[in-house]
Design a protein. Sequence first.
Length: 181
Amino acid sequence: MTARARNAVRGVALLGCVAVLVLAGWLVRLLPGPQLVAAVGLRPVDGTLTVSACYEASDAEGYPGGTECKGVYTPRRSGEPRREVLLDDAAARHEPGSAVPVRIARGKAYELSGSAVGHACAVTGFLLVPFLALASWLLACGRRGAPARAEAHLLAALAGLAAVFLLSVAAGLLVALAAVL
């Protein structure tokens, strides 16, 4: 392979790496980003949810999906209407009539709870790991100037998926423990 062809491969690989990382960031911001920010509590509280009922929810396959509460949301800002919303992944079963500070994302309310943080972190991580593995392989191709072997990048992606699972469980448990203390 000539030096000119090798430099062209390097340029295309590095451009592809940047494009994959930009796409991954855009997808995270579009898909799990709002729920992650709301569940982790990275922005101020949007308002208060006055709980009317709490129940154990199930997912589409019928497996337990955590505690959900419904109630009337009162926004912190004046001028916005009160409305009924669903508190997704509640930290605990709240008594009817209790007021819970919440953040709103995509029409649902979120409070700081271990299960909400664990779910949001897992979805974000599982979305990011394949893109990061592809970007890593493209970067290796760019450094070599020729296609690189992909076995190590595939194993790193599998290890990354396992790490995402363990770290999301750990983050959920830490938030749940911090909420209890």
